[in-house]
Design a protein around this ligand. Sequence first.
Ligand code: FAD
Length: 258
Amino acid sequence: MARVTDAQDDFDDSVALAARMDATRMDLEVLTVRPLSSTMVRVELTGDALRSLAYVPGQDLMLTATTGPPVERRRWTIRSLDRERGVVALDVVLHRDGGASRLHLAAAGEVVEAIGPRGKVHLDEDARVHHFLGDQSFLPAAFVLAEAVRRPARAAVTLTVPGPDDRLPLAAPACAEGPVWVEAQGDDQATGLALLAASGLGEHEDGVVAYVGGEMTLASTIRSALVRDHGWPREAVLPKPYWRRGTANARHGEPGRD
Ligand SMILES: Cc1cc2nc3c(=O)[nH]c(=O)nc-3n(C[C@H](O)[C@H](O)[C@H](O)COP(=O)(O)OP(=O)(O)OC[C@H]3O[C@@H](n4cnc5c(N)ncnc54)[C@H](O)[C@@H]3O)c2cc1C
């Protein structure tokens, strides 16, 4: 899939962008926005294009947050897709810092542009143990991926969320014990290390894969600890930075680089 950067000329042209990414451009209508917890809402959107949208668990939609110019886009994991009804659910963190996206405030009937599916992180079908570690923004991906693990393979989910009512239930046969919840520490690095400790991961064993997502420092801390300190092969750690503390994501919906 082509890499998208701000510099590319067609970024504001959604039709050209979708074609370049081999994805579908869709106009989706907001059906409902309802709370899942104090800091997360589920947004359901509908559109005819969803009836035939092909995707794999872990992929996301890129929504237009600001029509611009310049257009600002943001990404959310496909939590579920009901093709019969043409309805997709996105679970969106309500964070205090505001941002370009107003999706969590959308009213029923509003039309939002989406491009998808996007994203390259999906289940490693050869793995026998799948570990998911991250923060609340990674919860939808961790849950949808854990639900997709087929026994006898196992899934283990280790997450940090702001409060007790954010500990959403997970019904995943491969993760019978449910998620392990970890308190946030003083900073993202410390929280990353706390997640790693709670996951029980140490030296690498064959067939074990770690998927890591969320705040950029948190995700890179876990990745480095596994690869550098514990000697994990690079291909056994699948990290994805979702956002960066104190900095808005870039126009293509991913954290900007220095
Ligand atoms: C592939 C992919 C899949 C994603 N899936 C999901 C998903 O399913 N659900 C979900 O909620 N998010 C998900 N995210 C993360 C989401 O896209 C970002 O959090 C994004 O920054 C939100 O846009 P915004 O306009 O609200 O904030 P921005 O304009 O990007 O940022 C504004 C400010 O808010 C802060 N901020 C941004 N996100 C958070 C956060 N989660 N917590 C605290 N502060 C934050 C920033 O540091 C900045 O200071 C995903 C990201 C990617 C790349």
